[in-house]
Design a protein around this ligand. Structure first.
Ligand code: 5GP
Length: 179
């Protein structure tokens, strides 16, 4: 697997340190509140697993699966809910846990959808953010792991054709793999 990367951006230890920092902030910010973390399948599985276990306080976890409508590789921003969560979010403090924000279109749709369900609050935690999302700020990522370049990355939950999710670090996939 490692041989298919043209560069490692963050190794396991760097990611763990960042996740622990985020957990400290989340513990502080949600002190005395009932936190519901909603992970977006499949990519957010690793962030969710590590972040939730780094928290000192209670949290509940639920999951959604979504897919982008439209053709092509670019996100269209029109999102179909493939699996909804099992929990009602009315009056709940919701933290969306996402793997990576590229254009922010997927998340902005999702936030709009979840807002209409009347949660007490809604915030976003994402492992990684690409320059486009950093520029357009379509989505306010309150808890961000790392700003990364616009290259196609894999590992730490992120896949290419279903593979590489189980890499412990995050790396740039060598274009020779998909060209
Ligand atoms: P957005 O709607 O923000 O443009 O797209 C976000 C989604 O695109 C992510 O949840 C992820 O599924 C996918 N994505 C964006 N960039 C990458 C990348 O570099 N690698 C992988 N594996 N998926 C990506």
């Amino acid at each position: 697997m490692r041989a298919d990367l043209s560069a490692v951006l963050y190794d396991e230890d760097e990611i763990a340190a960042k996740i622990n920092e985020l957990a400290v902030r989340i513990d502080q910010d949600y002190e005395g509140k009932d936190l519901l973390m909603v992970g977006i399948l499949n990519g957010a599985v690793m962030v969710m697993a590590d972040l939730s276990r780094a928290l000192r306080n209670h949290c509940e976890m639920d999951w959604m699966a979504i897919s982008s409508y439209g053709s092509g590789v670019a996100s269209s921003g029109v999102v179909r809910i493939l699996k909804d969560m099992n929990t009602s979010i009315v009056d709940r403090h919701v933290l969306i846990v996402e793997d990576i924000v590229d254009t922010g279109l997927t998340l902005s749709y999702l936030i709009e959808n979840l807002r209409s369900r009347n949660p007490a609050s809604i915030e976003v935690c994402a492992g990684f953010r690409k320059p486009e999302a950093a520029r357009n700020r379509r989505v306010d990522v309150k808890y961000l792991g790392f700003d990364i370049p616009s290259d196609f990355v894999v590992g730490y939950g992120l896949d290419y054709a279903g593979r590489y999710r189980n890499l412990r670090g995050l790396g740039i996939l060598d274009p020779k793999v998909y060209s």
